[in-house]
Design a protein around this ligand. Structure first.
Ligand code: PLP
Length: 393
């Protein structure tokens, strides 16, 4: 018996454990201090009424012998896949129902998609980025090359003559930097992939936060993308489904490699290893895409984006460099005074009683940067910004 020794190459994930330990120690030593978290990567507003009503109705249906549902469709119920197609149609993207796969969230699908690719492929991953791309490829022993995000390219790396690889992960709006690729920039990646028969894995988990109508919210808004890209989306941050769980992955029928349809491969993978998402959750998800559901969720997103605006205004006022916050719930700032990510974390915790996330936890290029999130409540955000303003970094 041999274990998968690739797992031994994974780095321990110290980031959130260290943040929690430091915060717990500070609170124990300073019980009278009110600590505000701007590090939270989870939503705080509850599910909207349209979703709750739909889920209540679905629960009642499950108690009725005539319409009770057992195992569902591997790929998701037709009603939800049609709703997703309708959502994409509004973005100007035509999808076939069979190109939409409903799952339990973007993390699972982003992690599982590697099953359909040979371990021999070289994977390109931006640095800094959501750590799941790196770890899932280490687990399956793939070679990883990094493309650098930095202040000069606004944390939006682009391909050049030296960029070689078979699979590239793109995350836009980006976690942790909040940076969003323009259509022109995404086109460079699409053309790069088409030239080499490479595949783009596009993570659009934060697409609903894009406010600027000129910016793309799906890679399929770029000509040629249906021949080279798989797109992952999630209702987690769009509609507060982090605990309920629902996401969707688009694998176009025209995505063919080695004379094989990746859509058919992914269907085979899902129908073998996944038994579908609960009917109740899928009815709740369907409600997200109704006019009322979209309106109610837009209000929640508007609340978070106002938090982001308040944070961005404060940083601008203090002359601190940052990106994000305009089309994403994340603000990525440069630690003042050339502090390291952890030095700034400690200073912010000890002097302002504010918790954020050290950028170095998202990749080497994150050193010297820091992530704030807009998912907190308004009073806390205002209070936190007052404290930062008084510090005059
Ligand atoms: N992709 C990115 C970029 C994320 O930041 C997250 C969650 O934080 C996910 C995917 C996972 O989302 P889900 O809750 O749908 O699994």
């Amino acid at each position: 018996m041999k274990i998968n020794t690739n797992y031994l190459n994974l780095k321990d994930s110290y980031l959130f454990a260290t943040v929690s330990r430091k915060v717990a120690e500070y609170k124990a030593a300073n019980p009278s201090k009110e600590v505000i978290s701007l590090g939270i990567g989870d939503v705080t507003l509850p599910l909207v009424p349209a979703v709750i009503d739909a889920m209540h109705r679905a629960v009642s249906e499950m108690g009725n012998a005539d319409i009770f549902k057992g195992y569902g469709e591997y790929q998701g119920y037709d009603f939800l896949r049609q709703a997703v197609c309708g959502y994409y149609a509004k973005k100007g993207v035509r999808l076939d129902e069979n190109e939409v796969f409903i799952g339990d969230g973007a993390k699972s699908d982003v992690g599982n998609i590697v099953d359909i690719f040979d371990t021999d492929n070289t994977v390109i991953i931006p640095d800094p980025v959501y750590p799941v791309y790196v770890d899932t490829n280490i687990m399956s022993g793939r070679k990883i090359t990094f493309v650098n995000g930095n202040e000069q390219n606004n944390f939006l790396p682009l391909p050049d003559e030296s960029t070689e690889g078979d699979i590239v992960y793109l995350c836009s709006p980006n976690n942790p930097t909040g940076a969003v690729y323009t259509k022109e920039q995404l086109k460079l990646w699409v053309d790069w992939a088409l030239e080499r028969d490479a595949v783009i894995l596009f993570d659009g988990a934060y697409e609903a936060y894009v406010q600027d109508s000129d910016l793309p919210t799906s890679i399929y808004q770029i000509p040629g993308a249906k021949e080279c890209a798989i797109e992952f989306c999630s209702l987690s941050k769009t509609a507060g489904f982090t605990g309920v769980r629902c996401g969707y992955t688009i694998v176009p029928n025209s995505l063919i490699r080695n004379d094989t349809s990746l859509n058919k491969m992914w269907l085979r993978r899902q129908s073998t290893k996944f038994n579908g998402l609960s009917y109740i959750v899928q009815r709740g998800a369907e409600a997200v895409f109704t006019d009322e559901g979209l309106r109610q969720n837009r209000e929640n997103i508007g609340y978070y984006m106002e938090n982001a605006r308040i944070m961005a205004d404060t940083l601008t006022e203090l002359g601190i460099w940052f990106t994000g916050g305009e089309n994403s719930p994340y603000i990525w700032l440069k630690c003042p005074g050339n502090m390291s990510s952890w030095e700034f974390f400690d200073l912010l915790l000890n002097e302002c009683n504010i918790v954020g996330t050290p950028g170095v936890g998202f990749g080497q290029n994150g050193e010297g940067f820091f992530r704030l999130t807009a998912f907190g409540n308004r009073d806390d955000v205002i209070k936190a910004m007052d404290r930062i303003r008084k510090m005059r970094f």
